[in-house]
Ligand binder design. Structure first.
Ligand code: PHE
Length: 447
């Protein structure tokens, strides 16, 4: 069998992982969820969740991946715990589930780049969204997005994913900083910063049961946890880097980009509407597309240019995430059956394109896929992963996390302890609250 691929450099791995983490979750969902869940109060809980739960959990996935040096499904067998293969398989399944509709939204984004350039949504942002978000046009752009994803994955780890993300991630940061500076200069942006940055703890304590699980699931999704993506990426690490250092950097960068995206989007919405929550809440998954597009419309010609740049950065972020989802299943078939990488990538992209047409034809399906992923599938998968790392693989996991840190005993023990206790509890509580909220107020408008 051919030698397994690996990252060319440590920076390559870090940027690829940041590329996976930074995506629609940061630029589309994070500002939207912030706007509809109490602003800064949500941001505050999110930051805690990313640091206290997200970081230990992502380190757990890195440990499994680097130790096993194989895809997320096979990894558990190689670590001598074959029964836990189901966790890897579940992650792979969820990754595909999510990619099917993630690509539909990616298609919207491409459409909005074009629409910004031509000013197509300038006569009515809401009508435009309704026209392009569902139907055969949406299917076509979904196909385009999925095709781009497959092309990058087909080129391989170093030549495809590493090369692409080395270019993409720095561009995302530079463009977002530019846009945030621009948003700062807008008249009327002032109140946006208050809403976004100074938490209303009263709101938080009254809505704890909702805000907390939303914020924690958001952190999982945003850090690409529970889908085998981080296990797979870490499995291509051949050198003895410090996982805690890499993981810390990835979490900080991901969080920073989410915050930065909010510094662009929240002011844009405030300038337009003077307020955010109701408008954002009214439109479901399209709210951001409608409101942001409306904000660009009001800026006239400058709005066209800004629209192109804004949606371009969203596209880059979405693509660098989608490739990590497709890589999970690609790695599995390449490792286990020796199939050619490009065949697997295109075959699965095709299959998932087909599944995603449901979401592309009717956004109710998209909401259904997304709700189930967020509130049930992801927390279940992260929970099982945390139990595995903390309680089943514990001592060996400690060995692995210490590798390359030059000691690191205290950190490793603290990490294991956190995974075994509050990380586990936090994930469990999120799952419980997510499931009960679906049960009590079905957010699944399928019928
Ligand atoms: N983290 C990505 C985002 O924030 C989504 C994603 C999830 C990508 C899981 C890969 C794996 O958009």
């Amino acid at each position: 069998m051919a030698e397994r691929e690996a990252w060319g450099t440590r920076l390559g791995f870090i940027l690829a992982a940041v590329g996976s983490a930074v995506g629609l979750g940061n630029i589309w969902q994070f500002p939207f969820k912030t706007a509809t869940n109490g602003g800064a109060a949500f941001v505050f809980v999110y930051l805690l969740a990313a640091l206290l739960i997200g970081l230990p959990a992502i380190l757990g996935e890195f440990v499994v991946g680097r130790r096993a040096e194989i895809n997320a499904v096979e990894a558990f067998k190689r670590l001598g715990r074959p029964a836990w293969t189901v966790v890897g398989a579940l992650g792979l399944f969820i990754g595909m589930w999510i990619l099917s509709y993630y690509s539909v939204v990616g298609g919207w984004v491409i459409r909005y780049i074009v629409g910004s350039a031509t000013g197509a949504y300038f006569d009515g942002a809401g009508t435009y969204f309704n026209a392009v978000s569902a139907g055969w046009d949406a299917v076509a752009f979904h196909a385009l997005f999925m095709g781009l994803t497959a092309v990058i994955v087909a080129f391989g780890i170093e030549e495809g994913i590493e090369r692409a993300t080395k270019l993409m991630v720095p561009s995302i940061v530079v463009i977002l900083v530019g846009l945030a500076v621009y948003a700062f200069t807008l008249d009327g942006a002032g109140p946006a910063y208050g809403f976004y940055l100074s938490p209303d703890f009263g709101y938080l304590s009254n809505n704890l049961g909702e805000v907390v699980p939303f914020a924690v699931s958001q952190a999982f999704f945003s850090l690409s946890l529970g889908m085998g993506a981080m296990i797979t990426y870490a499995s291509y690490l051949s050198e003895d880097d410090s996982l805690p250092a890499d993981g810390g950097l990835i979490v900080v960068l991901n969080t920073a980009v989410g915050l930065l995206a909010g510094l662009v989007v929240v002011p844009l919405l405030f300038v337009q509407f003077g307020d955010v929550p109701e408008t954002a809440a009214a439109g479901g998954p399209g709210a951001l597309f409608v409101s942001v597009a409306q904000a660009f419309t009001d800026l006239g010609v400058a709005g066209r240019a800004l629209g192109v740049v804004f949606f371009l950065v969203v596209l880059i972020a979405a693509l660098s995430s989608a490739i990590s989802l497709l890589e999970v299943v690609t790695a599995y078939f390449v490792d286990n059956y020796g199939y050619a990488r490009e065949k697997v990538a295109f075959a699965f992209a095709g299959g998932l394109f087909a599944v995603g047409t449901l979401s592309a034809l009717d956004t109710a399906w998209l909401t259904w896929f997304d709700t189930l992923a967020y509130q049930v599938l992801l927390p279940v998968s992260v929970l099982l992963g945390v139990v595995f790392v903390g309680w089943v693989y514990g001592p060996e996991a400690v060995d692995e996390i210490k590798r390359g840190t030059g000691g690191g005993e205290t950190f490793a023990m603290a990490w294991l302890w956190s995974v075994r206790t509050f990380v586990l509890l936090g994930v469990f509580a999120t799952l419980y609250l997510g499931v009960t909220s679906i049960y009590s107020a079905p957010a699944i408008p399928l019928v």
